[in-house]
Design a protein around this ligand. Structure first.
Ligand SMILES: [Zn+2]
Length: 185
């Protein structure tokens, strides 16, 4: 009964002011479309300290640049250590996937960090928390994922795409243990 009361209270508030952050983001929906062209025109003047990944951060992102570049490096190390026998060193090399695709060193990757999920032209969805463009070796990543997902929580997922996960997610199970936190859809 108490829960019902709260719900009614929330609905009343939402109709006026917005109830809390979670509901607010549902009401607002994703940010408008961000295209590859938008990403290509950014200024990639930041670099991660370990791998030298080139980074551009949109001005309305909340996290500070130091936190972002360090998170990108740390999670890239985690992902490569988890996914490949040879581990984090792969990020410094041109690495050949099982299907013969050559993945350049991470220093050639560009990452555009935006505040939240956004409309996109992905293979199997139209709202993204991150997207990888193989032809440009570029990732757009939302600072915040959806719901309970934390800072840059889709970063490992997008790295998974760079290192062999199909854009339609048909082989996602091969990457699952190393990409998403379990409560992150
Ligand atoms: Zn994906």
């Amino acid at each position: 009964m108490k829960a019902l009361g709260y719900l009614v209270f929330c609905v009343l508030i939402v109709s006026g002011l917005g109830c809390d952050g979670e509901l607010e983001s549902i009401i607002e929906g994703p940010d408008s479309k961000i295209t590859l062209e938008d990403a290509l025109t950014q200024n990639y003047n930041l670099q991660t300290p370990f791998y030298g990944i080139k980074v551009a951060i949109r001005e309305d992102v909340g996290l500070d640049a130091d936190t972002i570049v360090n998170l990108l490096d740390e999670d890239a190390v985690d992902f490569l250590d988890c996914q490949f026998e040879r581990g984090a060193a792969i990020g410094f090399e041109e690495f050949r996937l099982d299907d013969g695709t050559l993945v350049p060193p991470l220093s050639e990757l560009r990452v555009f960090v935006v505040p939240r999920n956004f409309e996109c032209d992905a293979v199997d969805r139209d709202v993204c928390s991150g997207i990888f463009y193989p032809s440009s070796d570029l990732i757009i990543i939302a600072e915040r994922g959806i719901g309970s997902c934390g800072d840059l929580s889709f970063w490992k997922h997008e790295l998974g795409h760079r290192y062999g996960m199909a854009l339609d997610h048909s082989n996602q199970e091969e990457f699952e243990p190393c990409i998403d936190p379990p409560d992150c859809f």
